[in-house]
Design a protein around this ligand. Structure first.
Ligand SMILES: *Cc1c(COP(=O)(O)O)cnc(C)c1O
Length: 390
């Protein structure tokens, strides 16, 4: 019996090494990675630039502590500020920690404005993490069940429902922030349309609320822009990052600007590991590779090729509800639960997953090429067709 706690229903495969968009298992079989370890391996596997950056940093110093200056953290914060137009960065190690920082910040902001019970508006089908506060913000009853009492201070509205948020504004004087994913990942690749994003931005400004964008999954180039909110040209007051930031080395970040900046002072928040030199070196190499190698333009092009390829191959097949996404964040919604497709994919040598029960989710590394896209379509489309016709 395994001594690893049983928190994941694991597939019967273990990988020994990776190479670009490929992972290899113990038997020598190779798999096309169209999941990136859930949007983490931005640069695929064993990317030379990332390997070099990590190796060099490892031979110098791994960790010092936030009790001291960390020049690489300064550089990474500068770089993140430059690509986002935001102001300050707090570094941590994961998505839920980045969101915890954002939630604490929103409460802190509320108290400074004289709101004693600050409340954050969150969305149905949202996913923000597994810690108590982020689980409470998450819009998934199954994930919450058994862990009550949940953290208070959240009110939930349907995703993209600006009217519901406006109504809340009329009746609830405790609201201090709205927290959302511009593209819901775990919720099934649901995209907030540009008009909603702009209306929400205007409402937050009108009310003095913080707009908090959880960009943990959709951020960092995946959708063809650095960040999901850049499609509509809005900018949040607070943004959280993690998953793809270190391309496999754990690092998270909470960014602030405008009225959200300058709130935390020494003693208000912290992290032992957050932004250590190794993690920052990995993140800097990741951002540099995305920019220098044109990976965002490629994400748009290759993402389009995957979506149109799948759509053409599945034309006329009943049971396909929708094929949607932005760049290399793609969902194929079917009319029935389709979790078993994942193990069929594994057998056929492609890695993807299924979320929200009925949505095949593709999150390939940003180094995916047109050839990889075609290879993915060639395997995945017949799998879906066979599944739907059985
Ligand atoms: C994965 C995810 C998180 C949680 O990140 P962890 O690193 O697992 O804590 C939070 N928000 C979104 C949108 C995510 O996709």
């Amino acid at each position: 019996m395994s001594h690893v706690m049983n928190t994941y229903a694991r597939l019967p495969v273990a990988f020994t090494h990776g190479d670009g968009v490929w992972l290899h298992d113990e038997t020598g079989k190779r798999y096309l990675d169209a999941l990136s370890g859930i949007a983490v391996s931005t640069l695929g596997h064993n990317h030379p630039r990332l390997v070099r950056a990590i190796s060099q940093q490892a031979s110098r110093v791994l960790h010092t502590s936030n009790l001291y200056g960390i020049p690489l953290q300064e550089r990474l914060a500068d770089r993140l500020a430059e690509i986002s137009g935001m102001n300050e960065v707090f570094f941590c190690n994961s998505g839920c920690e980045a969101n915890e920082a954002a939630i604490k910040l929103a409460r802190f902001y509320g108290h400074q404005r004289g709101v004693d019970l600050p409340t954050i508006v969150v969305m149905e089908n949202a996913f923000h993490g597994r810690t108590m506060a982020t689980l409470s913000a998450t819009g998934n009853r199954k994930a919450q069940a058994g862990f009550e009492p949940l953290v208070s201070g959240f009110v939930r509205v349907p995703y993209k429902d600006i009217t519901a948020i406006r109504n809340l504004a009329e009746h609830n004087n405790n609201v201090v922030a709205v927290m959302l994913e511009m593209i819901q990942g775990e919720g099934g690749i649901n995209i907030a349309d540009d008009s909603f994003q702009r209306e929400l931005r205007a409402l937050c400004d009108e009310r003095g609320w913080l707009m908090i964008c959880d960009e943990v999954q959709c951020g960092l180039g995946r959708t063809g822009h650095w960040f999901g909110w850049q499609h509509a040209g809005v900018r949040p007051d607070v943004m959280t990052l993690a998953k793809g930031l270190g391309s496999g080395v754990p690092i998270g970040a909470c960014l602030t600007t405008g009225r959200a900046a300058g709130l935390f002072k020494p003693g208000n928040h912290g992290s032992t590991f957050g932004g250590n030199p190794l993690a920052c070196a990995a993140a800097l190499a990741t951002l540099d590779a995305i920019a220098d190698d044109g990976l965002m333009d490629r994400a748009i092009q290759v993402g389009d090729e995957i979506r149109t390829g799948i759509a053409e191959a599945l034309k006329g097949v009943s049971g396909v509800v929708d094929i949607r996404g932005r760049g290399l964040m793609i969902g194929i919604e079917l009319d029935r639960p389709c979790g078993e497709l994942v193990s069929r994919g594994l057998e056929a040598g492609v890695l993807f997953n299924v979320t929200a029960e009925r949505v095949v989710r593709l999150l390939p590394p940003l180094i995916f090429t047109s050839v990889d896209a075609q290879a993915l379509v060639d395997v995945l489309a017949p799998l879906i067709r066979d599944f739907l016709s059985q």
